[in-house]
Design a binder for this molecule. Structure first.
Ligand SMILES: [Zn+2]
Ligand SMILES: [Zn+2]
Length: 258
């Protein structure tokens, strides 16, 4: 008897068999799910998702409480404008998304990553019909650059989550997504618990533009998993602007709430 050709099994049946062998579970609470439909979150975890929407700071994208009027600048952006034009994110960094991001990064769970990316694609930030202040549209950029990992860290982890997310956020933009233009040339210490000044010192000289001639006069989108204080993407934007980039925007899956 011939072995069945896996490619000839219709996708839905194949998925159903997979679900029996490897029952899908919610990325937030780990409770079993009836089927692997992306994003892999149960109904109650989905209800806890905090989508970022207006009103927000036009620069760093910090959200203002609902009902507090129109978009307006925050104090830090007014005092020291960031080197990027605007940073936007899909959701606030909290569970269940925070737990799922940790699973992706430290357990190399690529199904979790695909799930998170599909979640971001439902967000107002990537919705083609969304208001201008929120929307990030791939068509407006010459290149999409994932925030790079140092080679050593890449070897340890085996993948750069920012690159995988960029590919999943913007399917059909493969040619625009470039990981050969910006590199992290120095290992930096984990930034949790550092002051703003310490973070900036820690990142000094950490990034390098590899092909300045490709960057000059280009409009760029930086992609990362989480925006914490924004120091990392701001440092990337600083050296990209120094290399002559026309403008830099930032998109992250999640954003820490201050
Ligand atoms: Zn759940
Ligand atoms: Zn701001």
């Amino acid at each position: 008897m011939m072995a069945p050709d896996l490619a000839s099994i219709p996708g839905a049946i194949f998925q159903a068999c997979q679900d029996i062998i490897f029952p899908p579970s919610c990325l937030g609470c780990r409770n079993p799910l009836p089927a692997s439909r992306l994003p892999l979150f149960c109904v109650s975890c989905r209800e806890q998702l905090k989508w970022l929407k207006a009103p927000l700071c036009p620069g760093c994208g910090r959200p203002w409480p609902a009902g507090s009027g129109v978009d307006h600048w925050c104090g830090p952006c007014r005092q020291k404008p960031p080197f990027y034009n605007r940073a936007r994110a899909a959701v606030i960094y909290q569970d269940p998304v925070a737990a799922a991001i940790q699973t992706c990064k430290y357990q190399a769970d690529l199904a979790a990553l695909a799930s998170l990316a599909s979640l971001a694609r439902c967000s107002p930030a990537l919705d083609l019909g969304a208001a201008q202040s929120i929307a990030i549209r791939a068509a407006e950029y010459d290149y999409i650059l994932p925030v790079p990992l140092h080679l050593e860290r890449l070897r340890q982890r085996g993948f750069n989550q920012a690159l995988l997310l960029a590919r999943a956020f913007f399917p059909g933009q493969k040619k625009k997504i470039r990981f050969d233009l910006l590199a992290r040339q120095r290992m930096t210490r984990p930034q949790a618990g550092m002051s703003g000044h310490q973070r900036r010192l820690n990142l000094k000289g950490a990034f390098e533009v590899l092909k300045p001639e490709k960057i000059r006069r280009r409009s760029l989108l930086l992609v990362d998993d989480v925006l914490t204080t924004g120091t990392t993407v701001n440092e990337c934007a600083r050296i990209l602007r120094l290399a002559g980039a026309a403008g830099v925007d930032v998109f992250t899956l999640a954003r820490v709430r201050e």
